[in-house]
Design a protein around this ligand. Structure first.
Ligand code: F6R
Length: 243
């Protein structure tokens, strides 16, 4: 694992954008795996700046998001599709044929997750997967206890995760109870993984993920097995790693 320590999330966003841009310059038709959440917003705004100034060309990339709530339509303000459209697709001029997110309104969720996994394989697999980490170690919506061999699947969200995400909804009751997510093995199959970890509230889980055992209790700990993992952590998140 390569650990890049940055002073602030803003600096982390710039570093992360450099890595993503380098990937796309080396392979213009790169397949990117992308997260939603608070963590990647700075990265997405750096990428939008780079596209606008023609520093990088996104016209051949494909993107696959990690996850989507089940039960929310694409145009629901809280859907991950809307999040991506607002934070990345529109500002980077990505065409709809370049972007992929499991459909939250697919009539049969099992058919949808299998088709999604097949679409990733059809695209040639993920070249670079960007990740955030949840307070309980979840990656995508892979909660503690998830089979490390899992592929894209349907999940029931834990109370912990629904509470953490309630900040984007009017109340916790509005947070869907189910979601679709790439599995841990889908993520581990990416050629390169770029994990972004910012803030003091992530310090304990980051420490457990990389200084503790590989364990079902902390899904992010399975990243320890990845041959090409880059972690960008700000000082607040990384304090315990260096203590
Ligand atoms: C979202 C995702 C989640 C988030 C995690 C951290 O697509 O994959 O695993 O990365 O919940 O969220 P933030 O960045 O809001 O702290």
């Amino acid at each position: 694992m390569k650990l890049i320590n940055v002073a602030t999330p803003e600096e982390g966003a710039v570093k992360a954008a450099e890595i993503v841009i380098k990937q796309i310059k080396e392979k213009p038709a790169s397949v990117l795996g992308l997260p939603t959440g608070g963590t990647p917003i700075g990265l997405y705004s750096e990428l939008a700046k780079a596209v606008k100034s023609k520093h990088v060309d996104f016209s051949q990339i494909q993107t696959f998001n990690l996850d989507e709530y089940y039960g929310l339509s694409k145009d629901d303000p809280q859907s991950y599709y809307t999040f991506m459209n607002v934070n990345l697709y529109a500002s980077c001029g990505l065409r709809s044929d370049q972007t992929h997110i499991p459909s939250g309104t697919a009539p049969d969720a099992e058919v949808e997750v299998n088709a999604y996994e097949a679409a990733i394989a059809q695209a040639g697999g993920l070249d670079l997967q960007v990740l955030g980490i949840g307070g309980n170690g979840h990656i995508g919506f892979n909660e503690p206890g998830t089979d490390p061999k899992s592929r894209t699947h349907v999940v029931t969200l834990t109370r912990n995760t629904r509470e953490a995400n309630a900040r984007f909804f009017t109340s916790i009751d509005e947070v869907p109870t189910r979601a679709m997510t790439m599995g841990i093995q889908t993520i581990l199959d990416a050629k390169v993984i770029l994990l972004l970890v910012f803030g003091a509230n992530k310090a304990d889980i980051l420490f457990d993920a990389f200084k503790g055992p590989v364990s079902l209790n902390n899904p992010a700990s399975f990243l320890q097995n990845h041959p090409h993992l880059i972690v960008i952590a700000d000082t607040a998140a990384a304090t315990r790693l260096y203590a």
